[in-house]
Each structure stands twice: as structure tokens, then as C-alpha cells.
Design a protein. Structure first.
Length: 283
């Protein structure tokens, strides 16, 4: 049986849902068609509500993150108002400028502002890059490693108060509630989409909005992160993210230190075992 790409993605999402929700598969197998529809509606309602909460929270918080310390934005951008953002404001405009374009070029800036230059969802903004610097000779360099993205990720998956702080094992948040111990490509794409929308002046978050082109933006990032030909770069990226968000769960953190109590206990046990083997061999 051949499964189309679209159905394959949905099946993968469904399997992930069954994995993170204990008992859901058994419940679905025992339920009537009406009950299954009701469960699906509840899941969709919960997802929509969570997305709306993230959008609302990010709209206000992102203004704090993009404002230089000790300074104010000019003109001022209210934390809970979308008007005045996007390419119309110097600060949000430079962050949203497509990688490969020069925001300081007056002609480019004007075309972006008057809509003469339309930005498709797969024309990624420079804020996705570390230090907001894009290298056309090495597009992977710094991609999806910006400080703004890290702040956005912590805001959504750890807690709003964790932004700017060192990760703590005791901190509650969406990640801990759902047992997340590593960053996924889908979560990076989601956070990038939320941050991009927060910088824009668009009022309503809609996957079908051709102006923001959010669905295409999200899918273009996810497709790259799921591309088997990019596996080496993606693995390095995910390891970097794990160290930013879940340092206590990364492989390097789990290995016992050379002189730690656990390592010394294991070494002593190995010595005793070797001594017993020697005695038996000599008898």
C-alpha cells in the first residue's frame, strides 16, 4: 500500500499523539464513531486554544526581547498592539527582511513597505540566523540559532519567566508536563512561525493567509529539518538546541564524571570482579 506524502505526515502526527497521550489508542479502539469524532474535536479545540495562548503571549513578550537594554524603540510599539510592526517599523523590519536582501538598501526597504516586493513563506527572515547574519555561501551557518528564537522557545515550552535564565531541572512548563527532554524539528518550526507572526503587523493568525503565508513558512522549515540529505546538519542543530533548552538531559551531561561517586563505585566493582576472576583462574 502506497501512502501519499500528505497522508504520511498525518499518520506520523497521529502516531506521535498516541505516544504522548497514554491510553488514547485503547480509548479510540473501544469507542464508537460518534465518540471518536467527539474526541477529535476536543483535541482540535485544545490545540487551537494553546496556539491562541502562544500567539497572545508572544505578541507582548517579543517587544521586550527586541528592545535593546536601557533603550526604547522609536517609534514606540505597544506590547499588545500589532499595528506599526512589520516592515513599517525599522526594528521589526530589519528582523523580518528576507535573508539575502539588504534592509539598508533604500529601494529594497521601500518595496517591502509598499508591498511591491512580496515575501513568500519560504523566503526566510534574517532573524532565524544567529546574530541576524546570513551567509549566502553557507546558508546553514547560524540557521535557526538566533537568540530571539531561543527566547521564543523558552517562552512557549519552558515558561515565560525562564526567558533569559539558565535552564533549571525543577522548572515547570509545557515541556515538563508532556515529558519533553529534547527539542524536535516540529517544535522549532512552530516557535519560528509564532515569532515571525509576532513581528508582523497582521492581526489574525491564519494558516491560509496568503499575506503572512504562515503555513508555507512552517512547512518549508519542517521539510528541511526532515530532509534525509541534511541529516548531519540537522543532528548538529538539534544537539545545539538541546544544550540551550534541556542541558541536563543531553548525552554529554548524562555521562558520569571521571571522579564522581557513581564512576568510582563502578570502577571499584570492576576491580573486585577482576580479582575474583583471577582467584578462580588460579585455583
Amino acid at each position: 500500500m502506497i501512502i501519499s506524502e500528505g497522508k504520511g505526515k498525518k499518520y506520523f502526527v497521529f502516531r506521535e499523539l498516541l505516544r504522548i497521550v497514554p491510553g488514547l489508542e485503547a480509548r479510540l479502539m473501544e469507542s464508537s464513531e460518534e465518540d471518536i469524532i467527539a474526541i477529535a474535536e476536543l483535541i482540535q479545540k485544545g490545540a487551537s486554544s494553546a496556539r491562541a495562548d502562544d500567539t497572545k503571549g508572544m505578541k507582548a513578550a517579543i517587544i521586550d526581547w527586541i528592545t535593546p537594554k536601557g533603550q526604547t524603540l522609536s517609534p514606540h510599539i505597544p506590547r499588545n498592539v500589532k499595528c506599526g510592526r512589520g516592515f513599517q517599523h525599522e526594528r521589526t523590519g530589519v528582523l523580518l527582511c528576507p535573508a539575502g536582501y539588504e534592509w539598508q538598501n533604500a529601494e529594497i526597504k521601500e518595496k517591502l513597505r509598499n508591498g511591491q516586493l512580496q515575501v513568500a513563506g519560504d523566503q526566510w527572515p534574517v532573524f532565524l540566523y544567529a546574530n541576524y547574519m546570513y551567509d549566502p555561501d553557507d546558508p546553514w551557518n547560524g540557521l535557526l540559532r538566533s537568540g530571539l528564537l531561543v527566547c521564543s522557545y523558552k517562552h512557549v515550552f519552558t515558561s515565560p519567566s525562564s526567558v533569559g535564565e539558565e535552564p533549571k531541572a525543577t522548572r515547570s512548563g509545557n515541556a515538563r508536563i508532556h515529558g519533553m527532554r529534547s527539542v524536535t524539528g516540529a517544535s522549532i518550526a512552530y516557535v519560528a512561525t509564532q515569532a515571525r507572526f509576532a513581528l508582523m503587523s497582521a492581526q489574525v493568525f491564519s494558516r491560509t493567509d496568503l499575506v503572512t503565508d504562515s503555513e508555507r513558512f512552517y512547512n518549508s522549515i519542517l521539510e528541511l529539518l526532515n530532509d534525509s540529505d541534511e541529516k548531519e546538519e540537522v543532528n548538529q542543530l538539534l544537539l545545539w538546541w538541546d544544550r540551550q533548552i534541556f542541558p541536563l538531559y543531553t548525552e554529554s551531561e548524562q555521562l558520569p564524571s571521571k571522579n564522581s561517586a557513581p564512576s568510582r563505585i563502578r570502577a571499584r566493582r570492576a576491580e573486585h570482579h577482576a580479582a575474583r576472576v583471577t582467584v578462580v583462574a588460579n585455583e
